[in-house]
Every structure is written in C-alpha cells, then in structure tokens.
Design a binder for this molecule. Structure first.
Ligand code: XMP
Length: 525
C-alpha cells in the first residue's frame, strides 16, 4: 500500500489516483494522523504531499513523532513532494527559507547523473516540470545529496538512498510535468520495488464479501436511485451481493429531462435487473414549487419532498416484508470522504462525516439506517470501470452528470411558469442529440439547456413572434469544481440554433453561455 499524507495540496487526490492508475493500492490520509494509523496500513511507500503552508509558520502541519525512526526500521520509502520535501529537510535538521524568487509554473530541471531517484536511463535528461512553491531548501540534512537542479541552480530533488528518503520540489502527479508518470513509475517500481498488483476486479470481490458480511441474511437494504452513475453502480454491487433484499426507489419529481424516467427505468430493469419501484411524485413536487422563485427555497422544497417520498417508500417496504429496512446504500465517493475531513493544520483529527448534499437531500433521523457505501474508497473514473465490470451499459456510464434538483435549477424563476418544463426538455433533447450526432458528447463533461424567463421579439415564418429565449451551456471539467466553457465551432452552433428555433415553437432566440467556473457556477441556479 502507498499511503499519501495530505498536507493540503490541491493535487493530493491526484497523487493517489496516479498511483492506483499504475496498479498500486493507495490511500490518502490527513497529514495530522498519528503514527499508528499510518503503520496500520503497513505501507511500502509514504508520500508526503505538497501544501499551502510554510514549514516556518507557527502551527504548520508536521509529521508525527518517531516517523522517520519507523520508516527506517521497517525499510519504508518516503517521498516528499514540494511542502513534503521541505518538511523532510526541516525535520531532519537541514534548512528551508523563503525563496529569493518564488517558482510557479513550468520550468526545466536537470537530474544529476548517478542519482537513485532518476536512475541513469531516459529520465536522466533535461525535464520540463511543474513547480509551485515559495520556500526552498538551502541546506540539506546530513547524508542527503542533490538529485536534480533547476536551470537557475535551485534544488529540485534530494535523496538519501540509505535511509530510503527522497524529495521532489516539483509535482510529478500533474500532467504539466512532461514525464511525471515515468518519474512516479521509477519511484514505485525501481526505488521502492513495489509490485503492481492492484486490480479493480479484486476490489469488487472484496467489497462484495464485505457487503455480504455486513448485511445479515434476513436484513433488508434500501437505495434511492437518481439515474446517475454512482448510485446505479452502488446499487448494482449490493444487488449482486444480497439479491432482492435490496429495494430501490426512483422518484419522478416532475423535473426530469425528456423521457428520462422511461430511459433510466429501462436500464435498471432490462439491463441490470434491479428491483426498482418508480414513484411518481411529480404532482407533489410541482405543487409545492408553484410560485416559488428563490433558488435556495426551490432547492429546500425539493430536498424535503425527496425525504417524504423516501420515507413513504421505506414504510411500504416494511409493510410488505414485515421487516424494517436496516441499511441504506449510498454511492458516496472517495473525494467526498476525503473532503469531509478537516483540513490539515487545523489541529482537528480525521472525522467521518457523511456526504451532506446527496440527491435525497438528507435523511429523516428516525429512520436510523446504517450506511452501506461500497464506493467510498474509489474515484469517479474507477467507479466507471467498476460499472463496466458489473455490465452497466457503456452509454449509461458515460452520461453527463445531472443535478438532484433536476430542471428546477435550469428554469430560472417559477418552475411551473407556462410551458417552461416542456420547452427546456425539448431544447435540451435537440442539443444533446446534436452533440451525439457530431461525436462531441463524450468530449464534453456536461451540456444542457436553460430556460430564461425572458421573451424576445423575433420573425418566424414572416410573422412577428414574442417568444422565449433559451441558453445553451456546455463545459469541460475534471470534477465539476472548476470548469471551462466548451468552444464549439460556429457552424455547429448555427445548426443547433436553427434546429431548435425551427422545431420548438415557444423559442425564438438562443444564447450560448461563455462563462467559466469561477466566476459562474455550472448550473444557473
Ligand atoms: P455547480 O452549479 O455547483 O455544479 O457549479 C457543479 C456540479 O454539481 C452539479 N450539481 C448538483 N448535483 N445536487 C446534485 O446532485 C445538487 O443540488 C447539485 N447542484 C449542482 C452540477 O450539475 C454540476 O455537475
């Protein structure tokens, strides 16, 4: 196992993912964990991440006492990246000071020949790397040598092969570092001599066993399916483990896309054979939303209605099977679990907080369900691969994300105004189909239409029209936290615009959203 200690870098998750992508099991722990937590994983390599702190700041995060005694005694390799390197230098008696010129962005570095870290092979050449640091090591601890220098002569990597301690001042995990993956491979397989034996198939088998031993032979579990990848893969896994003692509910809240209900129910039933009850709660949701224009109020109403629908379903299951469901299956992912930890340097330890913004919007306390979260160890791309192993159709796994509050956050103002729902559904369908026809759907992270509560003047069929304006949005993103708007060629936009205005009578104007996140968010509400 490779343990990554998180000192607050925005790239920490990426280190864990890269290591897993190279076939090695990796976990990410807060940088503040005590030594026994680290040792419980029996790591072969501990990676100390970067972070926003300076090792000189009072209270900046550090390593637990006796850390290096433990790694030396057990012959565990240590790799510090950026802040991690500076921590190694400071803790072992070297000197770190604020850099004369801070280094941010792409730089060229030169490994020194004969280093253990870069070897004598293809990595021992001028490398283009990504730097992001304000401090620099100026005096190395005893026994350490420089393994790589920047072209300005700064220390770019250090090593002490006899203690198995290494440090990189740059980030091998980001794609901007040209040969980052090769550097990580060198560290994992040559320096640390780790074997690549981590396979998702094994994770699947292991999780199935855990689910079987957690949910007793007469116990029942429930799961709210949103139509998204995470809840679907989680439910499919649990269904494989406990069969029809899993009861799924799909709530039609009246805010779904064109034929969404039919499409997802068909996948659930025909392709995945999941036991799903479809609850039509659209009248209830839309009734409560009538006249409501405030975005937050809309979200709160939807959250409450989801809970009500879920509560009723749970009672139904109890009445039907004479046994109260005792488990709730959720598709919580690893980033949600890591993000719920307090950031390093706050003096607070690791705490397990349940994801708070899942699609059912919170759970009634009296339900007292125990959580089953088979994906809480995995990243999104790994969940997609797991979905493939479970025969979830490819088309389903590649679907764009869709928010829990559905079209309510894509109709500005009152959701029930005029034919807003019908209009946005039709426009969205034409837009998405056009993306598929142009072979663009999979290169875009998310695309959709937004109904604007604005009427504009147009000429349609030689007549003056006074109809709705609709916005189209398409973005690229890694995780939805930041996003760039997608740059279509103008021919594509012109064709889509014409198609929409020709076939959706209530629309006479299309605008394309050219805002990134930040400053905008992905959804309009
Ligand atoms: P924003 O609009 O916050 O969206 O930039 C980022 C990503 O999250 C999705 N989103 C939601 N997903 N419940 C969800 O399950 C929500 O309440 C919610 N709000 C936004 C959004 O579609 C995008 O993928």
């Amino acid at each position: 196992v490779v343990v990554v200690l998180d000192f607050g870098s925005q790239y920490t998750h990426l280190i864990t993912r890269r290591v897993r992508q190279l076939g090695v099991c990796s976990v990410c722990l807060p940088g503040t964990v005590p030594l026994p937590t680290i040792t419980s994983y029996a790591p072969s390599l501990v990676i100390l991440s970067g972070g926003p702190h300076s090792v000189h700041e009072p209270g900046s995060p550090s390593l637990p006492p006796s850390f290096f005694e433990y790694t030396a005694t057990h012959q565990i390799t240590v790799l510090g990246i950026c802040y991690g390197l500076q921590l190694i230098v400071k803790v072992l008696g070297g000197h770190v000071k604020p850099a004369v010129s801070q280094e941010y962005g792409r730089m060229d570095v030169l490994p020194l020949s004969g280093s253990r870290l870069f070897g004598d092979g293809p990595l021992c050449t001028r490398l283009s790397v990504w730097m992001s640091h304000g401090d620099e090591a100026v005096k190395l601890p005893d026994g350490f040598s420089i393994a790589c220098k920047s072209l300005q002569g700064g220390i770019a990597a250090i090593e002490n092969p006899s203690l198995g301690i290494y440090g990189l001042q740059f980030h091998p995990e980001v794609t901007h570092t040209a040969r980052g993956t090769e550097i990580l491979k060198q560290i994992l397989f040559n320096v640390s001599e780790i074997t690549a034996d981590w396979k998702l198939q094994d994770v699947l088998q292991e999780q199935l066993e855990i689910i079987k031993s957690t949910i007793g032979p007469s116990e029942h579990a429930i799961c709210a399916l949103s139509g998204g990848v995470d809840s679907t893969v989680a439910a499919t896994m649990v269904h494989k483990a406990i069969g029809d003692r899993l009861h799924c509910v799909f709530v039609d809240n009246g805010l779904l896309r064109f034929k969404e209900r039919e499409r997802v129910m068909s996948t659930f039933e025909t392709d995945l054979h999941l036991p799903v009850t479809c609850v039509d709660a659209s009248e209830k949701f839309l009734g409560k939303l009538k006249g409501v224009t405030d975005p937050e109020e809309k979200r709160k109403i939807i959250g409450r209605e989801f809970i009500n629908a879920f509560d009723e379903f749970s009672i139904e299951v109890e009445e039907k099977y004479g046994s109260r469901p005792s488990f709730l299956v959720q598709g919580t992912l690893y980033p949600d679990v890591i993000e719920s930890c307090p950031p390093p340097g706050t003096g607070k330890g690791h705490s397990h907080t349940i994801k708070s913004h899942h699609n059912v919007g919170g759970l009634p306390k009296e339900m007292q369900l125990k959580l089953v979260e088979p994906l809480r160890w995995l990243f999104k791309d790994e969940v997609r691969k797991l979905g493939e192993l479970l025969n979830v159709p490819q088309g389903f796994l590649k679907r764009h994300p869709f928010p829990g509050p559905g079209l309510a956050v894509r109709i500005l103002g009152d959701v029930t105004q005029g034919d807003a729902l019908e209009t946005v559904r039709q426009v969205d369908e034409i837009f998405i189909n056009s993306l598929r026809e142009a072979g663009l759907y999979d290169s875009i992270w998310q695309a959709f239409a937004v109904f604007l509560p604005v009427k504009t003047v147009g000429v349609q069929g030689d007549r003056r029209s006074h109809s709705n304006a609709v916005a189209l949005r398409a973005i690229t993103s890694e995780d939805g936290m930041t996003a760039d708007w997608y740059q279509f060629d103008s021919k594509f936009l012109a064709e889509v615009s014409a198609k929409i205005c020709n076939s959706v009578r209530s629309v006479n104007r299309i605008v394309y959203d050219i805002t990134s996140k930040p400053p905008a968010t992905v959804e309009w509400e």
